[in-house]
Design a protein around this ligand. Structure first.
Ligand code: TF8
Length: 342
């Protein structure tokens, strides 16, 4: 009797030990080192960008058992997009999120996303960005020292200015309009007759405040979160382009990570993407009312004028095709046709 009791007790102890061991096993088997990840972004903490950066940071910390710490640093405190891109390439900063439009100097194929009126709704946006064309363009970054994890939504861009309501294309004449540091944007707004000037986003608020520029174009979300309503009166709903953001990692740093660490970052990036797109869309859906409440005057272009603008803007397609290569341009068109057919 005694012997069997002892045996059972031993067996129970062994089982308990095994249970403890196997519970600890996945964590032990995972190759995760303490890491500090500086994740830079350009908008403020209260923006859709800031909220999603926080979601990403929390997901990474949780999945790594607190070993990988993400320090999300907003308001371009680590520099504007182009500067952060260089820091990532050099390995002086680990991660960032920013516009695809400011990446064209590094990966010219990114200019596909600058094409006015290419993407007409969020269903098309998701299918394009997360599909083969989006992947192909994202993967081009690898040769340039960057890893693109996911696309977030910046959104459909609209015009604001402090001079007058824009009711027809000609109303843009003489308006000094800030655009991103990107040739398609520059050419697009020059084509419309505006006096377009490229400028980093981090300089934009004060440029609007001091009337160095009269206007700018960004999604409703950014007009709200960056408080452009304090320095701009008129909003014109143009939805002239769907702009993505992209979450980037320094390739130099990425290559030092274990497969487990890379997976934690990829998974958290996907989670943040899903959160960010929903959050951005929810915010955009009620933004018109919010901007009106802040005192902005909002107008839509009459359909005939919208069509004229569209016609003028789609003329830049030829230069985009030449820049990114006609193969990629045609592939994108075919993919869009497929998505629209579904
Ligand atoms: C712009 C963009 C910005 C982004 C952001 C700073 O107008 O739309 O919102 O680049 O990441 O510069």
């Amino acid at each position: 009797m005694k012997t069997s009791t002892t045996l059972i007790r031993r067996a129970v102890l062994a089982l308990a030990g095994a249970a403890v061991f196997s519970a600890a096993l996945p964590a032990l088997a995972q190759d995760i080192k303490p890491r500090l990840i500086r994740f830079g972004y350009g908008l403020n903490e209260q923006s859709n960008q800031g909220r999603a950066a926080k979601v990403f940071a929390e997901a990474v910390e949780k999945a790594s058992g607190g070993k990988m710490k993400v320090r999300a640093i907003g308001a371009a405190a680590l520099g504007p997009d182009t500067q952060m891109q260089q820091s990532l390439i050099g390995g002086a900063q680990e991660m960032m999120v920013g516009s695809t439009a400011t990446l064209v100097g590094i990966t010219k194929e990114m200019a596909l996303w600058d094409a006015p009126f290419l993407i007409s709704n969020t269903k098309e946006a998701d299918a394009m960005l997360d599909g083969p064309v989006g992947d192909k363009i994202r993967n081009k970054l690898q040769d340039k020292g960057l890893v693109g994890l996911v696309y977030w939504e910046n959104g459909f861009r609209n015009l604001t200015n402090s001079k007058r309501a824009i009711n027809k294309v000609e109303d843009l004449e003489g308006i000094k309009l800030r655009v991103m540091q990107n040739n398609v944007y520059l050419n697009s707004f020059k084509t419309l007759g505006a006096n377009a000037v490229p400028m980093a986003f981090s300089e934009l608020f004060s440029a609007l405040e001091t009337n160095t520029v009269d206007g700018q174009e960004n999604p409703f979300n950014t007009i709200l979160s960056s408080k452009f309503y304090e320095v701009q009166k008129y909003v014109t709903v143009t939805n002239h382009v769907y702009a993505p953001w992209i979450v980037l990692v320094s390739k130099k740093w990425w290559d030092q990570l274990s497969k487990d660490e890379q997976k934690i970052l990829s998974d958290a990036a996907k989670l943040s993407r899903d959160f960010e797109r929903k959050d951005t869309r929810d915010e955009a859906a009620k933004a018109v009312a919010d901007l009106k409440a802040k005192g902005m005057q909002i107008n839509e272009l009459p359909p005939a004028e919208a069509a004229r603008m569209r016609d003028k803007l789609t003329r830049v397609y030829a230069t985009i095709g030449a820049d990114i290569g006609m193969d990629l341009w045609n592939e994108a068109q075919a993919e869009l046709a497929k998505i629209r057919g579904k």
